[in-house]
Design a protein around this ligand. Structure first.
Ligand code: E4P
Length: 219
């Protein structure tokens, strides 16, 4: 399973890269705005940080919502760096744009997916990735993980190549359940990724080994 980092903060990306935990990066307009920096500069810098022998996808979202606007922004974003994946909102024009961009060889991530049929449309349009937003469904008392389960099943039934990015991840359990369901990718906020490594029994075990070692040294 791939881990993408869901952030536009370059320090977080550098830190997660040093752990080898960045198979990709996703951003959105809110995450970019939070950094208070120029959009294209941030995207270029992220692409340079993750650059290596393999292409590490970096999702950058279009702002315009009309078809022509989306296409022109998408083509421009794709020229910033070979790692850029264009994030397209799940609308009728978004689906049309995805279909055209896919034929032009531009990778797309159809975002703000909240139903299995939206995901199916995106896959049929040739999306490289679809992003079901799990946490936002949980927030309105709908089971977010059920959506992931259904999309994974549908893509498996018809052998779609579109990869599922579990997005709007709020806690480690979202990632664990996604892995068990066979989702391709989870895009994870840095704060959530940090929680994976720790366990109170690990801390307790380290302390108890050190205590025993120190006692032995004094003998
Ligand atoms: C994914 O691509 C989005 O950037 C992100 O996961 C949205 O998460 P949120 O619902 O916590 O804003």
């Amino acid at each position: 399973m791939k881990f993408f980092l869901d952030t536009a903060n370059v320090d977080e990306i550098r830190e997660a890269c040093s752990m080898g935990m960045v198979d990709g990066v996703t951003t959105n307009p809110s995450l970019i705005a939070k950094e208070g920096r120029d959009f294209e500069t941030v995207i270029r810098e992220i692409c340079e940080i993750v650059e290596g022998p393999d292409i590490i996808p970096v999702s950058a979202e279009v702002i315009r919502l009309d078809l022509e606007g989306m296409l022109s922004e998408a083509r421009h974003l794709a020229e910033i760096h070979r790692n850029v994946v264009v994030k397209i909102p799940m609308t009728v024009d978004g689906i049309k744009a995805t279909r055209i961009l896919s034929r032009e060889g531009i990778d797309t991530n159809v975002t703000l997916v909240f139903s299995p049929l939206q995901a199916l449309m995106a896959a049929k349009a040739g999306a490289t990735y679809v992003s079901p937003f799990i946490g936002r469904l949980d927030d309105i008392s709908q089971e977010g993980m059920t959506l992931v389960e259904q999309i994974v099943q549908i893509f498996h039934n018809y052998a779609f190549h579109t990869q599922v990015i579990v997005a709007s991840v709020r806690n480690p359990l979202h990632v664990l359940e996604s892995a068990l369901m066979g989702a391709d990718i989870a895009t994870i906020p840095f704060s959530v990724l940090g929680k994976f490594a720790s366990h109170p029994l690990t801390d307790k075990g380290i302390q108890s080994f050190l205590n025993d070692w120190n006692k032995f040294q004094k003998c």
